[in-house]
Design a protein around this ligand. Sequence first.
Ligand code: G6P
Ligand code: MN
Length: 453
Amino acid sequence: MKLTIVGGGGFRVPQIVEALSHRPGDQLDVSELCLFDTSAERLRVMIHVLDQLPIVRKPRITATADLTEAVTGADFVFSAIRVAGTEGRVRDELIPLSHGIIGQETVGPGGYAYAMRTIPAALDLAHLVSERAPNAWVINFTNPAGIITQAMRQILGKRVIGICDTPIGLVRRAARTLGHREAELDYDYIGLNHLGWLRSVTASGKELLPRLLDTPELLSQMEEARLIGPQWVRALGMIPNEYLFYYYRNREAVAQIAAEEKTRGQFLSDQQNAFYRAALAEPTRAAELWDAAHREREETYMAEAREVAGDGAREEDDLEGGYQEVALDLMAALSGGPSARMILGVSNTEASTGSGRRIIPALPDDAIIEVPCCVDTDGPVPAPVAPLDGAELGLVTQVKACETMVIDAVTTKNRELAWKAIALHPLVDSASAARQILDEYCEAIAEVAAVFE
Ligand code: G6P
Ligand code: MN
């Protein structure tokens, strides 16, 4: 099998190769791992890191700056791109923040600016895959994953699937806290990317969530509850995805991010620039340098939320972000390994259900949502979940409307629509501030301006 990583010079690539090496070869037989990146230097660094990783079983690794060559003949394509790099992320976050509005990579205006400049590249990739590797599955890591996957789906249909590590992370923490293995449990999770809730966890038909919510010692073991506030989580009666921190504690989040010396984007941009520079200067230490930077990144993930919550260091078990595992589980199930149950970004009427029924009736057919799915070689089939209603339905409906406006704004080059998308986001409290934010994005990020030219 040929696996291509678009964004193959990216910082998380070694995690994928490590995870791949732990898989039984009969389950995932990758004969070629092809890395594509727009930066030859980053690719060079990654090749050094991968060469030095202390693992025995590595696929043959190739690297190219030619996207057509990379995609041609691929069985799987991982899309993990960052248009305008970490510099872009810095601006995504700082511009709304200067208006007193959340500055975050995927939530609110920052996510929309990131999406606007990424959609054209994602559509180009989707076209190329449909020409050069029409049977390939595209696993989309690129954020904001709900928007990017939805845009690519217009071209690739069900052959593009969005992934995220946060929903399964939530389920696994709940299982661990309840003293079960994930496989022993049934659960109900629903929402959008970075906007979902765990509403039920059962073992042999017995509902376990109330015990988790009502027992402070248990609830405090859940990172989500510590960040968002255990009492609030209990009042909600369900466990939100950790990204709901930015919604439920928006005021504190904005104040905290503004008070920090560096935003998350600035921290990572500095850290990664230093890493790639150091690794180029001392190629023989590339893996060691990567390891240290990687560890520091995981330890400081969502530090602003832990600061607000007065929470200490992260739990050791929570440190290893699981994107690579999610992607490889999915890849194994799609390529004939054991079928898997996973929470994935799929369409609201994922065709494999046969019925064409909408999972969230208020959303359009092609809206990408996140729900548990059963995956085999035909693709993901969403598992039944309870209807989404009340305040959560309202929030999901509003955010998905904005996400869809972002896609339409880009594909029709409509700046007014882009303004509406930003202004109507639930965390944006002024249409005129939204206008200024969009103008500033266009001034500061050439790739955003280019969308509307
Ligand atoms: C989680 C999310 C990703 C996001 C990442 C940000 O893993 O699921 O979608 O990209 O956090 O982490 P970072 O270290 O870049 O702040
Ligand atoms: Mn994610």
